[in-house]
Structures are given as C-alpha cells and as structure tokens.
Write a protein that binds this ligand. Sequence first.
Ligand SMILES: [Zn+2]
Length: 108
Amino acid sequence: MNIQKHPTFKKQFTRGLFVGVFISVSSAFTGILLSRIGFFAIGHTVTLASGFLVIGTFLYLTIAFFNIRCPKCGKKTQTHSDTAKSQWLASCSDCDLDWDLEIGYKIE
Ligand SMILES: [Zn+2]
C-alpha cells in the first residue's frame, strides 16, 4: 500500500480541537467568575456545562477520527495506527492507499 498525506484532516482536527478547548476553557472561566461575583446558580450551571463541552469535544473528535472519508473516492476509510512509525493512518481498500493523518509522533 502506498502512503499519501491526507490533504485536509490535520487542519480540520486541529481546528476542532482548538475551538472545543477554547469554548470549554472560556465557559469554565465565565462560570467561576459568575460564582465569585455572587451568581452561584448560573455560575455553577455554566461551569458544569463547560465540563460537558470538554466531553463533547472529545467525543466529536473521536467520532471524526474513526469516520474519515477517502479524499480520492469518498469511501469510508479504516483508521489504524502504524505501529512501526507510531503514526495514524486511514486506509482505503478501493484506492489501495494509506492516508497519513499527520497525527502522532514520528520516530525518524
Ligand atoms: Zn479511496
């Protein structure tokens, strides 16, 4: 199987992670701040919601990670790690290609 770099996945994944973490952290801060200035009920609700946002972000990224479509033919790929290189790959059996997701550490 040939290995090619996936053209969009890393960007989408990084953006999703950044947006999710940013919203979670800012809502956690807002919640703590609201509690500090006396709005306990709202503050605790917002802080609790930020916890769910963290879980939501994690779930979304996990689902996205295991549901990658082949950029060439649009078929669902099989996500797996390449143990030799410690990289994540998405295999398309139709194109006989391994898409390098550029996530993970590389030993070079
Ligand atoms: Zn394909």
